[in-house]
Ligand binder design. Structure first.
Ligand SMILES: [Zn+2]
Length: 207
């Protein structure tokens, strides 16, 4: 059988209004995430799950501020406010998210030396999270993605899903962007589309 998977990217308190790295309108996608689940055989949620000493946090680099770039063990790294620290309320799933049907949870960004935007690999593409193998074992060919944020973790997850050979769909109304620069969201959408990712609307699912 040709199973379909839904990936729910980083639907965590820190990425919603009131959180330390709040994505504008981030809470608005929870309703979409809950509504979509009934249409999928396999549902995987990701969580940023950083140690407090993570190298992507500006606070861990003397004199640096969020938004500045550094070299983190050979990779260009934008510095973020402290967020998604494991075992803290900020890293918890938003309480309105229905987690009762989750098949699997991927916790990423656990290595303090490298960031991990994608649900599949760290940013250096060195270490796999095991998600591709998991999805293949479940007979998944089609991967649908929504969550936070369009211009980072959604984008990198979608590009990796394509690269791993899955038919990949991003549910645009189920995503919101950080938009450090105006236009980042649109650029991310174009980059995904250019790489063979279909950009769709939640209303197209289950028709
Ligand atoms: Zn993070």
């Amino acid at each position: 059988m040709r199973a379909k998977a839904l990936l729910l990217i980083d639907l965590q308190n820190d990425f919603c209004p009131g959180g330390s790295l709040a994505v504008p309108g981030g809470d608005e996608v929870i309703e979409v995430a809950n509504r979509m689940q009934q249409h999928f055989d396999v549902i995987v949620a990701t969580q940023d799950w950083h140690p407090a000493d993570h190298g992507a946090f500006a606070a861990n680099h003397e004199g640096k501020n969020p938004g500045e770039f550094i070299d983190l063990h050979g990779l260009e790294q934008i510095l973020w406010p402290v967020h998604g620290v494991r075992d803290t309320p900020g890293a918890d799933f938003v309480k309105e998210l229905d987690t009762s049907k989750l098949t699997h949870v991927i916790r990423k960004g656990t290595d303090p030396q490298v960031d991990s935007y994608s649900a599949f690999y760290d940013n250096g593409h060195r270490k796999s999270t095991g998600l591709s193998d998991f999805l293949r074992q479940q007979g998944v060919h089609d991967v649908y993605i929504l969550g936070l944020a369009t211009d980072y973790c959604v984008k990198y997850s979608a590009l990796d899903a394509r690269r791993e050979g899955f038919s990949t769909y991003v549910i645009e109304d189920g995503c919101r962007a950080v938009e450090l620069k105006a236009g980042d969201a649109q650029a991310a959408i174009e980059e995904m589309r250019h790489s063979g990712v279909a950009i769709i609307h939640s209303g197209q699912i289950g028709l």
